[in-house]
Design a protein around this ligand. Sequence first.
Ligand code: NAP
Length: 310
Amino acid sequence: MKLALVGIGKIALDQHVPAIAGSDVWSLAATVSRHGSVDGVENYADFDRFLAERGDIGTVSLCLPPVPRFRFAARALAAGRHVMLEKPPGATLAECHALIGLAESRGLSLYATWHSREAPRVATAKAWLADRVLRRLTVTWKEDVRRWHPNQDWIWQPGGMGVFDPGINALSILTEILPVEVHLTRATLSVPANRQTPIAADLFFHHPGGAEIEAVFDWRQDGDQIWTIEAVTEDGTMTLLDGGARMLLDGAEDAATPDLGPLGGEYPQLYAKMAALIARGDIDMDLRPMVHVSDALALGRRVAVAPFYD
Ligand code: NAP
Protein backbone atom coordinates (compact mmCIF):
# COMPACT_ATOMS: atom_id res chain seq x y z
CA MET A 1 0.00 0.00 0.00
CA LYS A 2 1.32 3.43 -0.93
CA LEU A 3 1.81 5.94 1.86
CA ALA A 4 2.99 9.54 2.22
CA LEU A 5 4.80 10.89 5.27
CA VAL A 6 3.97 14.47 6.19
CA GLY A 7 6.37 16.57 8.31
CA ILE A 8 9.87 15.23 7.82
CA GLY A 9 11.43 16.07 11.17
CA LYS A 10 12.96 14.12 14.03
CA ILE A 11 10.41 11.35 14.56
CA ALA A 12 9.73 10.84 10.85
CA LEU A 13 13.42 10.22 10.16
CA ASP A 14 14.23 8.36 13.39
CA GLN A 15 11.29 5.95 13.40
CA HIS A 16 8.73 6.21 10.59
CA VAL A 17 11.10 5.93 7.62
CA PRO A 18 12.88 2.78 8.95
CA ALA A 19 9.57 1.19 10.02
CA ILE A 20 8.07 1.70 6.55
CA ALA A 21 11.28 0.51 4.86
CA GLY A 22 11.12 -2.71 6.89
CA SER A 23 7.45 -3.34 6.14
CA ASP A 24 6.19 -5.90 3.61
CA VAL A 25 2.90 -4.00 3.36
CA TRP A 26 3.78 -0.32 3.04
CA SER A 27 5.81 1.62 0.51
CA LEU A 28 6.86 5.23 1.04
CA ALA A 29 5.63 6.84 -2.17
CA ALA A 30 5.98 10.55 -1.29
CA THR A 31 6.87 12.99 1.46
CA VAL A 32 5.39 16.39 2.23
CA SER A 33 7.72 18.79 3.98
CA ARG A 34 8.92 22.37 3.56
CA HIS A 35 12.50 21.66 4.64
CA GLY A 36 12.94 17.91 4.98
CA SER A 37 13.11 15.03 2.52
CA VAL A 38 13.96 11.34 2.25
CA ASP A 39 16.55 10.17 -0.30
CA GLY A 40 14.95 8.72 -3.41
CA VAL A 41 11.39 9.74 -2.48
CA GLU A 42 9.49 12.52 -4.26
CA ASN A 43 8.87 15.46 -1.91
CA TYR A 44 6.07 18.03 -2.10
CA ALA A 45 6.42 21.35 -0.31
CA ASP A 46 2.70 21.99 -0.73
CA PHE A 47 0.15 19.60 0.79
CA ASP A 48 -2.75 20.62 -1.46
CA ARG A 49 -0.66 20.02 -4.57
CA PHE A 50 0.29 16.60 -3.18
CA LEU A 51 -3.38 15.73 -2.59
CA ALA A 52 -4.37 16.90 -6.07
CA GLU A 53 -1.53 15.14 -7.94
CA ARG A 54 -1.14 11.87 -6.02
CA GLY A 55 -4.49 10.18 -6.10
CA ASP A 56 -2.52 6.90 -6.24
CA ILE A 57 -1.49 7.32 -2.57
CA GLY A 58 -4.32 6.23 -0.30
CA THR A 59 -2.84 6.85 3.16
CA VAL A 60 -1.02 9.74 4.83
CA SER A 61 0.92 9.52 8.08
CA LEU A 62 1.15 12.87 9.86
CA CYS A 63 4.37 13.49 11.82
CA LEU A 64 3.77 17.18 12.46
CA PRO A 65 3.58 18.80 15.90
CA PRO A 66 0.03 18.79 17.35
CA VAL A 67 -1.06 22.35 16.55
CA PRO A 68 -0.77 22.26 12.73
CA ARG A 69 -1.93 18.63 12.57
CA PHE A 70 -5.71 19.18 12.42
CA ARG A 71 -5.78 21.16 9.20
CA PHE A 72 -3.58 18.57 7.46
CA ALA A 73 -5.70 15.67 8.77
CA ALA A 74 -8.99 17.35 7.83
CA ARG A 75 -7.80 18.10 4.29
CA ALA A 76 -6.49 14.56 3.85
CA LEU A 77 -9.80 13.02 4.99
CA ALA A 78 -11.78 15.43 2.83
CA ALA A 79 -9.63 14.28 -0.10
CA GLY A 80 -10.46 10.62 0.62
CA ARG A 81 -7.20 9.53 2.30
CA HIS A 82 -6.85 7.26 5.34
CA VAL A 83 -4.98 9.11 8.11
CA MET A 84 -2.48 7.98 10.73
CA LEU A 85 -1.71 10.50 13.49
CA GLU A 86 1.48 10.82 15.58
CA LYS A 87 0.80 11.33 19.27
CA PRO A 88 -0.86 13.41 20.59
CA PRO A 89 -3.61 13.12 17.96
CA GLY A 90 -4.33 16.84 18.01
CA ALA A 91 -4.01 20.02 20.01
CA THR A 92 -7.55 19.84 21.43
CA LEU A 93 -10.10 17.12 22.08
CA ALA A 94 -12.75 18.91 20.02
CA GLU A 95 -10.62 18.82 16.89
CA CYS A 96 -10.00 15.09 17.41
CA HIS A 97 -13.77 14.53 17.61
CA ALA A 98 -14.19 16.58 14.44
CA LEU A 99 -11.71 14.26 12.69
CA ILE A 100 -13.62 11.19 13.88
CA GLY A 101 -16.80 12.66 12.38
CA LEU A 102 -15.06 13.37 9.09
CA ALA A 103 -13.57 9.87 8.87
CA GLU A 104 -16.87 8.21 9.76
CA SER A 105 -18.83 10.21 7.21
CA ARG A 106 -16.40 9.22 4.45
CA GLY A 107 -15.82 5.61 5.47
CA LEU A 108 -12.09 6.19 5.99
CA SER A 109 -9.67 4.83 8.58
CA LEU A 110 -8.24 7.14 11.22
CA TYR A 111 -5.66 6.03 13.78
CA ALA A 112 -4.50 7.90 16.88
CA THR A 113 -1.20 6.10 17.42
CA TRP A 114 0.30 5.67 20.90
CA HIS A 115 3.74 4.24 20.24
CA SER A 116 4.56 3.63 23.92
CA ARG A 117 1.70 1.11 24.15
CA GLU A 118 3.69 -1.06 21.73
CA ALA A 119 6.69 -1.29 24.11
CA PRO A 120 7.66 -4.95 24.70
CA ARG A 121 6.33 -5.45 28.26
CA VAL A 122 3.15 -3.33 28.20
CA ALA A 123 0.84 -6.20 27.24
CA THR A 124 2.41 -8.42 29.95
CA ALA A 125 1.95 -5.70 32.55
CA LYS A 126 -1.69 -5.31 31.53
CA ALA A 127 -2.31 -9.05 31.88
CA TRP A 128 -0.55 -9.14 35.28
CA LEU A 129 -2.67 -6.26 36.64
CA ALA A 130 -5.96 -7.53 35.21
CA ASP A 131 -7.08 -9.56 38.22
CA ARG A 132 -5.05 -8.00 41.06
CA VAL A 133 -6.17 -5.50 43.69
CA LEU A 134 -4.21 -2.29 43.20
CA ARG A 135 -3.13 -0.26 46.23
CA ARG A 136 -0.79 2.33 44.72
CA LEU A 137 0.56 3.21 41.28
CA THR A 138 3.29 5.76 40.65
CA VAL A 139 4.38 7.03 37.25
CA THR A 140 7.83 8.67 37.15
CA TRP A 141 8.78 10.18 33.79
CA LYS A 142 11.93 12.29 34.17
CA GLU A 143 14.08 13.22 31.20
CA ASP A 144 16.36 15.97 29.92
CA VAL A 145 14.43 18.20 27.51
CA ARG A 146 17.70 19.50 26.02
CA ARG A 147 18.65 15.97 24.99
CA TRP A 148 15.28 14.91 23.49
CA HIS A 149 13.84 18.18 22.15
CA PRO A 150 16.78 20.41 21.21
CA ASN A 151 15.59 23.77 19.87
CA GLN A 152 11.99 22.59 19.35
CA ASP A 153 10.15 25.84 20.02
CA TRP A 154 6.69 24.39 19.35
CA ILE A 155 6.75 22.37 22.59
CA TRP A 156 6.93 25.62 24.57
CA GLN A 157 4.13 27.35 22.69
CA PRO A 158 0.37 27.08 23.39
CA GLY A 159 -0.76 23.62 22.28
CA GLY A 160 2.80 22.28 22.43
CA MET A 161 1.97 20.65 25.80
CA GLY A 162 5.48 21.03 27.30
CA VAL A 163 6.39 18.12 29.55
CA PHE A 164 3.09 16.44 28.62
CA ASP A 165 4.60 15.74 25.19
CA PRO A 166 6.52 12.79 26.73
CA GLY A 167 4.16 12.58 29.72
CA ILE A 168 1.27 11.61 27.46
CA ASN A 169 3.28 8.50 26.53
CA ALA A 170 3.18 7.46 30.19
CA LEU A 171 -0.56 8.21 30.29
CA SER A 172 -1.06 6.10 27.17
CA ILE A 173 0.52 3.15 29.00
CA LEU A 174 -1.43 3.89 32.20
CA THR A 175 -4.77 3.89 30.38
CA GLU A 176 -3.79 0.70 28.54
CA ILE A 177 -2.67 -1.40 31.53
CA LEU A 178 -5.27 -0.42 34.16
CA PRO A 179 -8.41 -2.57 34.05
CA VAL A 180 -10.55 0.37 35.28
CA GLU A 181 -10.84 4.04 34.35
CA VAL A 182 -9.24 6.72 36.53
CA HIS A 183 -9.77 10.46 36.42
CA LEU A 184 -7.63 13.41 37.41
CA THR A 185 -8.46 15.16 40.68
CA ARG A 186 -5.64 17.69 41.03
CA ALA A 187 -2.34 18.71 39.47
CA THR A 188 0.53 21.13 39.89
CA LEU A 189 2.13 22.54 36.76
CA SER A 190 5.59 24.14 36.91
CA VAL A 191 5.82 26.66 34.09
CA PRO A 192 9.09 28.48 33.27
CA ALA A 193 8.58 32.23 33.57
CA ASN A 194 9.52 32.75 29.90
CA ARG A 195 7.45 29.87 28.45
CA GLN A 196 3.80 28.94 27.88
CA THR A 197 3.87 25.23 28.74
CA PRO A 198 4.98 23.25 31.83
CA ILE A 199 8.50 21.92 32.32
CA ALA A 200 7.25 19.67 35.14
CA ALA A 201 3.91 18.41 36.43
CA ASP A 202 2.50 16.35 39.34
CA LEU A 203 -0.82 14.63 38.70
CA PHE A 204 -3.16 12.85 41.11
CA PHE A 205 -6.02 10.59 40.06
CA HIS A 206 -9.17 9.08 41.54
CA HIS A 207 -9.21 5.28 41.26
CA PRO A 208 -12.59 3.56 41.72
CA GLY A 209 -11.01 0.95 44.03
CA GLY A 210 -9.40 3.60 46.22
CA ALA A 211 -5.80 3.07 45.06
CA GLU A 212 -3.45 6.06 45.19
CA ILE A 213 -2.45 7.04 41.64
CA GLU A 214 0.21 9.70 41.03
CA ALA A 215 2.24 10.77 38.00
CA VAL A 216 5.40 12.87 38.23
CA PHE A 217 6.74 14.36 35.00
CA ASP A 218 9.94 16.42 34.91
CA TRP A 219 12.03 17.68 32.01
CA ARG A 220 14.93 18.92 34.20
CA GLN A 221 16.52 15.51 34.73
CA ASP A 222 20.32 15.25 34.61
CA GLY A 223 22.03 11.88 34.42
CA ASP A 224 19.91 8.73 34.17
CA GLN A 225 16.64 9.18 32.35
CA ILE A 226 13.67 7.63 34.16
CA TRP A 227 10.54 6.23 32.50
CA THR A 228 9.03 4.01 35.22
CA ILE A 229 5.58 2.86 36.31
CA GLU A 230 5.39 1.05 39.64
CA ALA A 231 2.18 -0.71 40.65
CA VAL A 232 1.85 -2.01 44.22
CA THR A 233 -0.89 -4.62 44.56
CA GLU A 234 -2.16 -6.85 47.39
CA ASP A 235 0.04 -9.64 46.09
CA GLY A 236 3.18 -8.10 44.73
CA THR A 237 4.76 -5.17 42.99
CA MET A 238 5.12 -4.77 39.25
CA THR A 239 7.57 -2.25 37.84
CA LEU A 240 7.69 -1.23 34.21
CA LEU A 241 11.11 0.24 33.37
CA ASP A 242 12.55 2.09 30.40
CA GLY A 243 9.15 3.14 29.08
CA GLY A 244 7.80 -0.41 29.09
CA ALA A 245 10.84 -2.14 27.60
CA ARG A 246 11.49 -4.08 30.85
CA MET A 247 9.34 -5.41 33.67
CA LEU A 248 10.18 -6.42 37.24
CA LEU A 249 7.98 -8.53 39.53
CA ASP A 250 8.89 -7.91 43.19
CA GLY A 251 12.25 -6.56 42.00
CA ALA A 252 13.21 -9.51 39.77
CA GLU A 253 13.39 -9.26 35.98
CA ASP A 254 10.26 -10.92 34.61
CA ALA A 255 11.81 -12.24 31.40
CA ALA A 256 14.64 -11.47 29.05
CA THR A 257 13.54 -8.69 26.75
CA PRO A 258 14.94 -8.48 23.24
CA ASP A 259 17.21 -5.44 22.90
CA LEU A 260 15.57 -3.50 20.07
CA GLY A 261 17.14 -0.13 20.94
CA PRO A 262 15.23 3.04 21.82
CA LEU A 263 11.57 2.76 20.72
CA GLY A 264 12.63 -0.46 18.97
CA GLY A 265 9.75 -2.41 17.50
CA GLU A 266 7.10 0.14 18.44
CA TYR A 267 6.70 1.85 15.06
CA PRO A 268 6.63 -1.33 12.92
CA GLN A 269 3.70 -2.45 15.08
CA LEU A 270 1.90 0.86 14.58
CA TYR A 271 2.18 0.49 10.81
CA ALA A 272 0.96 -3.13 10.97
CA LYS A 273 -2.05 -1.93 13.00
CA MET A 274 -2.78 0.85 10.49
CA ALA A 275 -2.85 -1.72 7.67
CA ALA A 276 -5.22 -3.91 9.70
CA LEU A 277 -7.51 -0.93 10.44
CA ILE A 278 -7.80 -0.16 6.73
CA ALA A 279 -8.45 -3.81 5.93
CA ARG A 280 -11.32 -3.80 8.47
CA GLY A 281 -12.56 -0.33 7.46
CA ASP A 282 -12.13 0.76 11.08
CA ILE A 283 -11.22 3.80 13.19
CA ASP A 284 -9.04 3.71 16.33
CA MET A 285 -9.13 7.02 18.19
CA ASP A 286 -8.58 6.30 21.88
CA LEU A 287 -8.43 9.82 23.33
CA ARG A 288 -8.12 8.84 27.03
CA PRO A 289 -4.43 9.86 27.40
CA MET A 290 -5.29 13.26 25.98
CA VAL A 291 -8.32 13.66 28.29
CA HIS A 292 -5.96 13.42 31.29
CA VAL A 293 -3.62 16.05 29.81
CA SER A 294 -6.55 18.38 29.06
CA ASP A 295 -7.87 17.87 32.60
CA ALA A 296 -4.45 18.65 34.08
CA LEU A 297 -4.22 21.82 32.01
CA ALA A 298 -7.78 22.75 33.12
CA LEU A 299 -7.48 21.90 36.84
CA GLY A 300 -3.75 22.31 37.43
CA ARG A 301 -2.37 24.88 39.85
CA ARG A 302 0.33 26.84 38.03
CA VAL A 303 3.65 27.62 39.70
CA ALA A 304 6.16 29.92 38.00
CA VAL A 305 9.67 28.45 37.94
CA ALA A 306 13.07 29.56 36.61
CA PRO A 307 13.11 30.66 32.95
CA PHE A 308 14.23 27.96 30.51
CA TYR A 309 16.78 28.59 27.74
CA ASP A 310 17.83 25.91 25.24
P1 NAP B 1 9.88 18.27 14.72
O1 NAP B 1 11.08 17.55 14.24
O2 NAP B 1 10.07 19.57 15.40
O3 NAP B 1 8.81 18.58 13.56
C1 NAP B 1 8.36 17.67 12.62
C2 NAP B 1 8.10 18.38 11.30
O4 NAP B 1 6.83 19.02 11.31
C3 NAP B 1 9.08 19.48 10.99
O5 NAP B 1 10.22 18.93 10.42
C4 NAP B 1 8.31 20.40 10.05
O6 NAP B 1 8.58 20.03 8.71
C5 NAP B 1 6.86 20.11 10.35
N1 NAP B 1 6.21 21.28 10.96
C6 NAP B 1 6.51 21.86 12.13
N2 NAP B 1 5.70 22.92 12.35
C7 NAP B 1 4.88 23.00 11.30
C8 NAP B 1 3.83 23.88 10.93
N3 NAP B 1 3.46 24.89 11.72
N4 NAP B 1 3.19 23.66 9.76
C9 NAP B 1 3.56 22.64 8.96
N5 NAP B 1 4.56 21.80 9.25
C10 NAP B 1 5.20 21.97 10.41
O7 NAP B 1 9.02 17.35 15.68
P2 NAP B 1 9.16 15.81 16.05
O8 NAP B 1 10.06 15.65 17.20
O9 NAP B 1 9.41 15.00 14.84
O10 NAP B 1 7.68 15.56 16.62
C11 NAP B 1 6.55 15.55 15.78
C12 NAP B 1 5.46 14.79 16.49
O11 NAP B 1 5.94 13.47 16.79
C13 NAP B 1 5.05 15.41 17.83
O12 NAP B 1 3.67 15.34 18.02
C14 NAP B 1 5.76 14.54 18.86
O13 NAP B 1 5.04 14.47 20.08
C15 NAP B 1 5.77 13.19 18.17
N6 NAP B 1 6.87 12.32 18.62
C16 NAP B 1 8.14 12.79 18.70
C17 NAP B 1 9.14 11.96 19.22
C18 NAP B 1 10.60 12.41 19.33
O14 NAP B 1 11.39 11.68 19.91
N7 NAP B 1 10.97 13.57 18.78
C19 NAP B 1 8.84 10.67 19.62
C20 NAP B 1 7.55 10.22 19.47
C21 NAP B 1 6.57 11.05 18.96
P3 NAP B 1 8.82 21.14 7.57
O15 NAP B 1 9.15 22.44 8.26
O16 NAP B 1 9.95 20.64 6.76
O17 NAP B 1 7.54 21.21 6.80
